[in-house]
Ligand binder design. Structure first.
Ligand SMILES: Cc1cc2nc3c(=O)[nH]c(=O)nc-3n(C[C@H](O)[C@H](O)[C@H](O)COP(=O)(O)OP(=O)(O)OC[C@H]3O[C@@H](n4cnc5c(N)ncnc54)[C@H](O)[C@@H]3O)c2cc1C
Length: 405
């Protein structure tokens, strides 16, 4: 064996898996096709709950947003969601992902960048990855953390044909601290535009310490990918115009190249096989409503490291032994992902009503903020949320009735 474990992909999922494997004294190779530091399509917003789970992240955070405005489709109404403590942590992915790699390396991981994995061969005795320079590396187990278009998922026969996915257009520009302070204050106030102009997704304005990240994301049937890409750029341009009209972003923003990216919407049916485990986007683990995936990437990477650690102790790398991985991530957040997906597909153009309702009741707005920022599991509080919304709706209905009389 060249290594006990090879991790393909050095995003948050791969680096986290590698760090936690190395901490157990396991020999790990972390490999990525890009040279690091590398850019990654992302808004860079992280729920603060992730910091509770991975306290070492605090040092890697760029800035915090303490408050945000959620706007309706055509910007007729808005609601401010706010706490005394920060609601969203912001990172610049280029630096954040590199820092995570450095942490894994500090714990003993070997890192190889600028090498693309082109194939995977699983045999009774080992797992072999082939590289673009025609070399090969063997290990007991391969962790596929190679993102939404995962080669490892395809080669292991785990990738399923997707019917729809999330596509995003965005820009991140360094404007400097003084400009960011002037426009977004110390609170680094963020903005989200639900269903911007009727699209099935949302627009975001994420202010960081020195950077501003603006984008829109939409859920489209995969058949429309090419067409969707073109439409999305146009919608992004319209979004910039609207934001500038409302003086929500500096006029100087948006001069550079518009970048694109894709996100999965739901987990693969099976995220493990003989000698293989898939993490993060490669496994389709992402919040389909917000496209928030860093948390699920890191969480699944950690679970994978634990299950692989057990497999190495028992020398059992079979499909059956590794099924524990799927059992564990499903237990941790599987129900949430299922409910969120239903919310996305039953997502209607009711944003005006929704925001009016949130504006009428602080408790309901707080609950919505908790769910949106991942501080509370939607699975645990959905009944409470629906009951509160119905209560606020009924009280409002009765009040309006009395006023009419
Ligand atoms: C525009 C956009 C905005 C987003 N905004 C947010 C946000 O604000 N907050 C949030 O939490 N999430 C956001 N996401 C989602 C988030 O970016 C992903 O969920 C997250 O990066 C998943 O991490 P990962 O480690 O699984 O994969 P990735 O971060 O995609 O890392 C995969 C790595 O694998 C490498 N790789 C791929 N193929 C190969 C190969 N064949 N050989 C070797 N290496 C390979 C890639 O170079 C890459 O470094 C956004 C996504 C997009 C597209």
């Amino acid at each position: 064996m060249d290594y006990e474990v090879v991790v393909v992909g050095a995003g948050p999922a791969g680096s986290t898996a590698a760090k936690h494997l190395s901490e157990q004294g396991i020999s790990v190779l972390l490999i990525d096709k890009d040279k690091f530091p590398r850019k990654k399509a992302c808004g860079g917003g992280i729920p603060v709950r992730l910091l509770k789970q991975f306290s070492y992240l605090e040092e890697l955070i760029d800035s915090y947003s303490y408050t945000g405005w959620v706007h309706s489709s055509f910007s007729k109404s808005k609601v401010q969601l706010q706490r005394e403590k920060p609601t969203v942590a912001m990172v610049v992915r280029e630096k954040f992902d590199h820092d995570l790699v450095k942490l894994a390396v500090a714990h003993g991981t070997t890192f190889m960048d600028g090498k693309t994995v082109t194939d995977l061969v699983i045999s009774k005795d080992d797992a072999t990855i082939m590289l673009d320079d025609e070399s090969s590396i063997t290990s007991h187990i391969v962790i596929g953390a190679d993102g939404v278009w995962s080669t490892i998922a395809k080669k292991a026969g785990l990738a399923s044909s997707r019917e729809s996915m999330g596509v995003c257009a965005f820009q991140e520009q360094k404007l400097g601290k003084a400009t960011m302070d002037q426009w977004f204050k110390n609170t680094r106030t963020l903005h989200v535009h639900l269903h911007f102009q009727g699209m099935s997704g949302y627009g975001w304005v994420f202010p960081k310490k020195e950077h501003l990240n603006v984008g829109i994301g939409e859920i489209i049937p995969l058949k429309q990918k090419r067409e969707g890409k073109n439409n999305l750029r146009e919608k992004y341009q319209q979004y910039l115009v609207e934001l500038k009209k409302q003086s929500l972003i500096p006029p100087s923003f948006g001069t550079g190249r518009i970048q694109g990216g894709a996100t999965p919407l739901y987990p693969l049916d099976k995220t493990y096989a003989d000698r293989v485990i898939l993490c993060g986007d490669a496994a389709g683990l992402i919040n389909p409503v917000t496209a928030e995936g860093i948390h699920y990437a890191m969480h699944s990477g950690k679970i994978a490291a634990e299950v692989v650690g057990d497999a190495l102790v028992s020398h059992n790398y079979s499909d059956d032994a590794l099924s524990q991985y799927q059992t564990r991530w499903k237990k941790q957040f599987g129900k949430d992902l299922k409910i969120l997906l239903k919310t996305t597909t039953s997502w209607t153009n009711q944003t005006e009503k929704l925001i009016k309702l949130l504006n009428k009741d602080k408790k309901l707005a707080d609950m919505a903020l908790d769910v949106l920022t991942g501080q509370r599991s939607i699975h645990e509080c959905r009944v409470e949320l629906v009951v509160r919304a119905l209560y606020v709706y009924c009280i409002d209905f009765l009040r309006r009735g009395n006023t009419d009389n």
